[in-house]
Write a protein that binds this ligand. Structure first.
Ligand code: T1G
Length: 701
């Protein structure tokens, strides 16, 4: 069945794009539109054509699922469709509602007239996918809206509400309510008033000093676009709309589009776009699973994490009760929440009155009785199993039937925690990342007995509190922390072999990481890792570890909170300053091990850190702890500062080539075998990695 429905209303033919969910302009739909246009053209009773979209969008643009596949460019491609519309000998009117983005807006720009309903999101968001509008958007939009507004839309990709275009030539009418009848009436008027077939391409870009403005735009964009080539190419494409005849401008735009769509940055951005949406899909939990209502929440523990978690609920307008054992800790926690809101209001990110509104949603208490009717309770107490046991036994006793009992544990076994209750089906892990009210990532840890509706409800709640929920199975460290442990081990080994903390940090930060391993450890607190390693030494005596981090901790150098760690810090400052004390400690340790320090290249540093992540990620995938490779990438992009333009560790490996990666791992293993305290086994490729390599596949295929 054609994805372009055709019906006639009197002398007006109505073509309705119908390719759920957002009328992506895929090959089938493009063909359907052209066939419908031909049909209208051949029918003398048709005097005008209206094009609109079914469902929730006019059109969300090119069907990005077709990218880098033959269908994306198969004729009729979007250019051809738009040319057929523009060349039509009968007026074509776009009836735009809800969403007109990317190719969807470009298609409307090829029409002779455009009618929009208010509130419609109008955008050319291609730059967010690492490309540029490739079907005339950079040439037509500046011809119907002011140059600066057009350029800003194309370089930022941000949507603008349709009513903001009042007074421009983008829309001939902007109407309240249903746009289709208005568009059909307008079409009739075009015919009776003989309004002709005006083409956007025939208009001129108007600006008092276009070259001056464009140079300013180039300088501004160059300064901020850093790792992404697309924004600057967007400026050049728009510049062509000013300096070139239309057809030349189209060619310049096309060249830019074809260059960008092949870039690794664009592949990474598209991967992140789909990865975010895929994360919410749980294969064995049907999308229509009935959810448990979440009207109220409770948090046990008013510490840093508990306070941040409570803020997420208040921010989403969900009343939340914060339970703390002692008054002083409770008052301190609530005070910190208030200060956070006041600071946010000072920065203008929320209105002053929002501070009180949100504080009013947060109810402090020291009594479990006050939380018994909450729909979800999140435990955020000390990371110690006996403490969790006490809390969950109490929650089991107190909470109403059907309440979701969540733990914010960052590494402990959620199945063991569930076993403290008589309702393991209601228990789930909700691992927030510090600061909990800021970091988008939420690892949702699915226990063996966690009910499907509890999982589905928690995933939905994640979106509601503006978190990126990613499902993890139960293992030590879940997904993110289990991988970061291997990353930290390699970082420590490289100090033993000859690198300095600043060299390791600088190398990975040059790749685009927000923070290298040693600055990150100093920020999080070196004692956190130390505590886990001491547990590991008992549980996993077979696993070898570099020892410099332990020695740093034995000196009480826990990082920023003690004024010194791998670096030293001036009081009240966060700048990491190289500290000769650390260099001496490292030198002494190397001597003790009998290591002659060697020069490590940035390339070795970067790839030992990343491939340590990837190899562990492959094991996590194989064990079913992570449902898909893109989930692992989303965790690293949103929770660990992995550079977006690289798409995450698993995509990085795919783009590097698994064959090449395994060769590097063999090189690292050989080196580790010759290094005192080295651990060649860290580089044994995960079976899944070898399997994919054999099949010539990548993690994200
Ligand atoms: N193609 C295919 N599927 C798309 C899509 C698209 N363009 N946009 C969204 N989807 C899917 C999405 O994967 C999800 O699928 C569902 O729709 C709902 O999305 C030549 C080449 C349109 C504002 O970049 O910004 O045109 O998970 O959860 O919050 O110049 O989706 O349900 O199976 O985001 O209501 C440019 C990207 C393409 C628009 C709707 N267009 N999409 O938001 O729902 S490049 C875009 C969005 C282009 C031309 C170039 C948003 C939305 P599923 P959702 P939403």
């Amino acid at each position: 069945m054609s994805q372009a429905r055709y019906e006639q209303q009197g002398e007006v033919a109505v073509i309705t794009m119908d390719n759920p969910p957002v009328n992506g302009l895929g090959f089938e739909l493009r063909r359907g539109i052209v066939e419908s246009l031909m049909r209208a053209k051949a029918d003398d009773s048709v005097k005008a054509v209206v094009i609109t979209g079914a469902g929730r969008a006019f059109s969300g643009g090119a069907d990005i699922r077709e990218f880098n596949t033959p269908k994306a460019l198969a004729e009729p491609n979007l250019h051809t469709v738009i040319r057929e519309i523009e060349a039509s000998n009968k007026p074509v009117i776009a009836a735009v509602h809800s969403v007109a983005m990317g190719g969807g807006l470009e298609l409307a720009l090829g029409c002779h007239f455009r009618i929009a309903s208010t509130g419609a999101q109008i955008a050319l968001p291609e730059v967010k996918l690492g490309i540029l509008p490739g079907a005339g958007g950079t040439q037509r939009l500046p011809r119907v809206v002011p140059l600066e507004m057009a350029l800003n839309m194309i370089v930022t990709g941000e949507p603008v509400k349709s009513e903001k275009f009042k007074g421009t030539r983008l829309f001939d009418e902007i109407v309240e309510g249903d746009v289709l009848p208005a568009a059909i009436a307008f079409a009739r008027k075009v015919v009776t008033d003989k309004l002709g077939l005006p083409k956007v391409r025939d208009l001129k870009v108007v600006h008092p000093n276009p070259q001056g403005y464009l140079q300013f735009a180039r300088n501004t964009v160059r300064a901020v676009a850093r790792n992404f080539p697309a924004p600057l190419r967007c400026v050049e494409a728009v510049a062509a709309s000013v300096s070139m005849p239309f057809e030349e401008g189209i060619k310049a735009e096309r060249a830019g589009f074809l260059d960008l769509v092949q870039t690794p940055e664009s592949r990474a951005l598209r991967h992140a776009f789909f990865g975010e949406r895929a994360a919410a899909k749980i294969p064995d939990v049907p999308a229509d699973t009935p959810l448990r209502p979440i009207e109220t929440a409770a948090v046990v523990g008013a510490g840093t994490m508990g306070g941040g978690i409570a803020m997420n609920f208040a921010n989403a307008g969900i009343p939340v009760t914060v339970l703390e054992a002692n008054k002083e800790a409770l008052d301190r926690g609530i005070g910190i929440i208030r200060r956070n809101y006041e600071n946010t209001a000072k920065k203008g990110r929320i209105k002053p009155e929002d501070v009180e509104k949100r504080m009013a949603l947060i109810r402090p208490t020291m009594s479990y009785d006050d939380i018994r009717n909450a729909d979800i309770v999140i435990e955020a107490v000390f990371e110690d199993m006996p403490v969790k046991e006490t809390v969950f036994k109490k929650l089991n006793e107190v909470m109403k039937a059907g309440a979701i009992l969540a733990s914010n544990t960052s590494t402990l076994d959620v199945d063991k925690i569930a076993a403290f209750t008589k309702r393991p089906q209601d228990v789930i892990g909700t691992h927030f990342f510090s600061p909990a009210n800021v970091m988008r990532l939420l690892e949702i840890v699915r226990g063996a007995k966690t009910a499907k509706d509890v999982l589905a409800t928690t995933m939905k709640l994640a979106a509601r509190i503006r978190k990126l929920g990613v499902v993890s199975g139960v293992c030590d460290g879940f997904i993110g922390n289990r991988m970061i442990e291997q990353y930290s081990r390699q970082a420590g080994y490289m100090l033993e072999e000859g690198a300095t903390p600043q060299q390791v940090d600088r190398a990975i930060e040059k790749l685009g990481f927000a923070m290298g391993p040693f600055r990150m450890s100093d920020l999080a607190g070196n004692d956190v890792g130390w505590y886990i390693r001491k547990r590991r030494y008992v549980e996993r005596p077979d696993m070898k570890y570099p020892k410099i981090a332990d020695k740093i901790c034995e000196l009480g150098r826990f990082g920023q909170k003690t004024g010194a760690g791998f670096y030293r810090y001036e009081p009240g400052k966060r700048d990491a300053i190289a500290d000769p004390v650390v260099d001496e400690l490292i030198a002494a340790h190397r001597k003790e091990l009998g290591i002659t320090p060697r020069k490590l290249t940035d390339d070795e540093i970067v790839h030992r850190l990343i491939f340590a992540l990837v190899n562990e990620g492959a094991k996590i995938l194989e064990e079913g702890i992570a449902m898909r490779a893109s989930d692992i990438d989303m965790i690293y992009l949103s929770g660990y500062g992995f550079p977006l333009h690289r798409g995450g560790p698993m995509l990085y490996a795919d783009m590097y080539g698994l064959y090449n990666m395994v060769n590097r791992m063999n090189e690292f293993a050989a080196r580790a075998a010759q290094t005192p305290n080295g651990d060649p086994s860290a580089w044994t490729p995960a079976p899944l990695l070898l399997k994919l390599l054999e099949q010539g596949k990548g993690f994200n295929d």
